[in-house]
Design a protein around this ligand. Sequence first.
Ligand SMILES: Cc1cc2nc3c(=O)[nH]c(=O)nc-3n(C[C@H](O)[C@H](O)[C@H](O)COP(=O)(O)O)c2cc1C
Length: 168
Amino acid sequence: MHQRGVIIQGSSRSEGNTNIISKYIQEKTGFDIIDLKSKNISSFDYDFNNQGDDFMPLMREIVDNYDTLIFATPVYWYSMSGIMKNFFDRISDCLKIEKDTGRKLRGKSMGMISCGSDSELKEGFEMSFIESANYLGMHYLGSIHTWLENEQVSDSLQKEINTFIKKL
Ligand SMILES: Cc1cc2nc3c(=O)[nH]c(=O)nc-3n(C[C@H](O)[C@H](O)[C@H](O)COP(=O)(O)O)c2cc1C
């Protein structure tokens, strides 16, 4: 399989700030972008009555095509977005009813991009990504926190992003 990367974008607006950052990183890396907002992915259901939605086909596409998964999420209330959290919750489907797909995550790499309005990211934000990578047997590549000034990626942030990209 070809080494390929994908940015999994979890913003509540497809062309918002997280997308500006995702596109900047896409330009530098050639990674694809998957916009979770454009998918129909419902919240986790213990009865798995949501198997007709877009989650499982999307997950199969991801595990079959990509080795590096970069989760790009806005900061909403000090946490990842609800759209992103639903996606993570649904990974439980792969562990319970489609185990082969879940197992394919093992050995892949995960990174994380946060996008807030504040230059500071509160302690603890990254924990769920690090621990999820651990649980899934994925290699955690690290993260970068971003914020925009007048919808622009500042020179200093560009430098930080470029350093992050080298780790991918
Ligand atoms: C519901 C909501 C909650 C937010 N909570 C935070 C927050 O806790 N910390 C922060 O720095 N920014 C917060 N923001 C600001 C967004 O993180 C910021 O505007 C981000 O760039 C939005 O990215 P988006 O355009 O992709 O949604 C919040 C925005 C929304 C809509």
